[in-house]
Design a protein around this ligand. Structure first.
Ligand SMILES: N[C@@H](CCC(=O)N[C@@H](CS)C(=O)NCC(=O)O)C(=O)O
Length: 267
């Protein structure tokens, strides 16, 4: 059935995210949207089953990465809202931080949005600076240090691992010295969490892949402050930490077995 021009149009915003517990990019957007109580439809996709490779979904996002946000219009039939069949996706967006910014532009009246991404241009520019820093500098160092422990990359020597953790740890100290001060809880001297914190905090959970590693004390307090301020994040973090521990253990066990059997097979 074609949508009549006269029909009232309503917009549905769907957020597709991974059901896997270890996606910092999904976590940052879901935690923010839930905390701000944004009127989104949340759709979990199975990472393992590869839902993101379905033809229909690839049309929405050829990069098949999550989170992906999709907006559709639907005719409102006798006030009941549109049915799925007469909906037509008209906008899709991926890249987690672009999605965060779009949600703020889309729901400007929301109080949590106003706090997380203020309209003052200098405050906003500083948050943008921290978002870019997270994606381009900090997070790549976290991934470089932790990926092989989680089995995402081949094994590396203990010496190399130590060196990568050291580089990451030095950057975390630099982050604390530059962006975290003693008066405010959040990055950039902010009293309430901003988009930058939603983006930075979840990825830090990967650092626990190495037993005995401790975040710099100021960064640890920052994570705690975020957990307190954003209660929707706590269960996500718990699942994330569990999954990191599981993956690290499974990777360690597998490599031990390979070494014992002298296998050439690489994980
Ligand atoms: N730069 C992207 C990265 C998104 C991304 O790689 N998401 C992962 C989960 S953390 C994913 O969906 N991977 C599966 C795939 O790309 O097929 C962002 O910030 O959104």
């Amino acid at each position: 059935q074609r949508m009549s021009k006269a029909a009232r149009r309503c917009l549905e915003t769907v957020l597709y995210y991974h059901s896997t517990d270890i996606s910092p990019t999904c976590t940052m957007v879901v935690a923010f949207a839930r905390h701000a109580k944004l009127p989104l439809v949340f759709k979990e996709m199975s990472y393992e089953k590869g839902d993101r490779f379905a033809k229909g979904f690839l049309k929405l996002n050829p990069y098949h990465c999550l989170p992906t946000l999709v907006e559709s219009t639907a005719s409102e039939v006798s006030g009941a809202g549109g049915s799925r069949e007469d909906q037509k996706a008209e906008f899709s967006l991926w890249e987690s931080q672009a999605v965060l910014r779009y949600l703020c532009a889309r729901f400007p009246e929301n109080e949590a949005v106003q706090k997380a991404y203020p309209t003052d241009i200098r405050a906003r520019a500083k948050i943008d600076q921290m978002l870019d820093y997270r994606h381009c500098t900090l997070y790549p160092l976290v991934c470089k240090a932790t990926n092989s422990l989680l089995g995402y990359l081949d094994a590396i020597s203990e010496e190399e691992l130590r060196s990568r953790y050291k580089t990451m740890d030095e950057e975390l100290h630099r982050f604390a010295a530059t962006y975290l001060d003693s008066k405010a809880d959040f990055a950039g001297g902010m009293d309430t969490p901003t988009l930058a914190d939603y983006s930075i905090v979840p990825g830090l959970a990967f650092t626990t892949a190495r037993k005995g590693y401790q975040l710099p004390a100021r960064v640890e307090r920052y994570v705690d402050a975020f957990l307190k301020a954003v209660p929707t994040y706590a269960p996500m973090r718990a699942g994330f930490l569990r999954k990191v521990a599981e993956l690290a253990k499974a990777t360690e066990d597998k490599r031990r077995l390979e070494r014992a059997s002298g296998s050439q097979y690489k994980s």
